[in-house]
Design a protein around this ligand. Sequence first.
Ligand code: XMP
Length: 184
Amino acid sequence: MAAAAYTIGEVLFNEHVIQTRVHELASDLGSMLMGKKDVVVVALLRGSFVFFADIIRELARDGLDMRIDFLTVGSYVGNVSSTLQLKHDIEIDIRGSTVMVVDDILDTGRSLSFACDHLRAKGAAEVHTCVLLDKPSRRTVPRQADFIGFTIDDVFVVGYGLDFDHRHRELPHIAAVRFPEDKQ
Ligand code: XMP
């Protein structure tokens, strides 16, 4: 289906601002994870892939010993509401591990809640969460993240891994998407 007409609006976070914040976040994550037994850092795909790549390399520079895995959660739309399902599971046996889930954006909170429940059910000793962006005004389930890059208003954003209709993930900055129905 073709995407409705839209434009890329203002830059909310430029490349320099993102890199500075990612550096700070990785430092905070590293301090918390250093010394923990069997650390597994999990990317909640797909929008997190650029953020995740930057975070894990910062953690590596800081000397954190970790394993890496990937989880994909998706939704299918039924008659009444959309239901989440696991699309791709992690491969590592995380029983007894300290897991850090890295996601792009915390919106309604459903995906991250689903992912955390799943990882706990697989036997993780601890499950922690890190998101680049948080949109608290959109929350429908009581989910917070332990580490947050930036808090934003209810605006759809693209870039730095985030997409609209599979486009704009490659942008080094994060920009707002403006739709025709938006107030001027
Ligand atoms: P929930 O609602 O489960 O969903 O917290 C989080 C996922 O929704 C997508 N999402 C966005 N993707 N720009 C995007 O490119 C946005 O502004 C946006 N808001 C939510 C994203 O995949 C995220 O992981």
